[in-house]
Design a protein around this ligand. Structure first.
Ligand code: PEP
Ligand code: MN
Length: 334
């Protein structure tokens, strides 16, 4: 629900009303346009007495928000959210590339890849320390040792790190050590994890579940924001369809659809979206042309030996070539 305030409403009266509404258990979001001033209410508004609310002296009218997501929706926050991670801006026209291996495997591996992707212009180093593998016998990641290696890569290159948190066990370590917390496709609807991560108030990249709709993705982001997070990015990483020529079907139409529905930045993952390294370049370029705010790309120094997702990993050389082409597409669409 949105309370549209009278033009002459005084700041003190607005603040007082916002405090009262917060006291009633609502999350209150101030929405200020050039000629409009509104208060958005998120929470259970079903038993609000609309007549009583419309009688509040500074309230001009009341608008019901039909979408089930509020904090995530553009109605509550018309401007694009711009996330600032140690000076790296994401969203609102600021484009970023997150690159690195699927999994952190060794010191030599992560340092070499981190240096290479930095030299090619990547803004973040990605790498899984905790891996959600389909088989219990597959490499599960180096765990906390992997996190230490990522920290070392950050220290040597200056690139902030993004890595996946799989459960509530390591919230403290991730809060302290990680720059962007990745919630993987398989955990998109792990609501207790989303709430806990929301409480950390850290930047989060939320990946779309492989069988989830765009609305379900937005509702999952709403859990993060209702928990307290503000710096949330959404990630299209492909969905499961009847098609078997690719690992997933990369739904690039999600980019403009999400931009219409939400103020949050949209990142595209053409690696998991296709499953094959030779498809990563064309789909990455298409994602840029579709208006994505960033890309997350798997890069490995020896893809044929990778412990996870080698077939979809770019070599540093191919990544370098791709980064140059990304720059050209960005110039064309600017
Ligand atoms: C990953 O980024 O390595 C990953 C496991 O991605 P997703 O959750 O999209 O499968
Ligand atoms: Mn992977």
């Amino acid at each position: 629900m949105i309370l549209i305030l009278k033009q002459d409403a005084k700041v003190e009266s607005i603040n007082k009303l916002a405090d009262q509404l917060q006291g009633m258990g609502f999350i209150v979001q101030e929405i200020k346009g050039e000629h409009t001033h509104m208060l958005g209410l998120a929470g259970d508004t079903s038993h609000i007495d609309r007549d009583q609310f419309s009688r509040i002296d500074i309230v001009d009218s009341i608008m019901k928000v039909s979408e089930p997501y509020k904090l995530v929706g553009r109605k509550f926050h018309p401007e694009d959210t711009v996330i600032d991670v140690h000076g790296q801006k994401i969203g609102g026209g600021n484009f970023v590339v997150m690159a690195g291996p699927c999994s952190v495997e060794s010191e030599e591996q992560i340092l070499s890849i981190a240096r290479d992707v930095k030299a090619s212009g990547a803004n973040f180093i990605r790498g899984g320390a905790f891996k959600p593998r389909t088989s219990p016998y597959a490499f599960q990641g180096l765990g906390l040792d992997g996190l230490e290696l990522l920290k070392m890569a950050r220290q040597k290159t200056g690139l902030p790190i993004i890595t996946e948190l799989m459960n509530n066990d390591y919230l403290e370590e991730f809060e302290r050590d990680v720059d962007i917390i990745q919630i993987g496709a398989r955990n998109m609807q792990n609501f207790s994890l989303l709430r806990e991560v929301g409480h950390l108030k850290k930047p989060v990249l939320l990946k779309r579940g492989m069988a989830n709709t765009i609305e379900e993705l937005l509702m999952a982001a709403e859990y993060l924001m209702a928990g307290g997070a503000r710096d949330v990015m959404l990630c299209e990483r492909g969905i499961r369809t009847f098609e078997t020529a690719t690992r997933n079907t990369l739904d690039l139409s999600a980019v403009p659809v999400l931009h219409q529905k939400t103020h949050l930045p949209v990142i595209v993952d053409p690696s998991h979206g296709t499953g094959y390294w030779h498809l990563v370049e064309p789909m990455a370029l298409a994602a840029v042309a579709a208006g994505a705010d960033g890309l997350i790309i798997e890069v490995h120094n020896a893809p044929q030996c990778a412990l996870c997702d080698g077939p979809q990993s770019l070599t540093p050389e191919v990544f370098h070539r791709l980064m140059k082409k990304i720059g050209k597409i960005r110039e064309v669409i600017a």
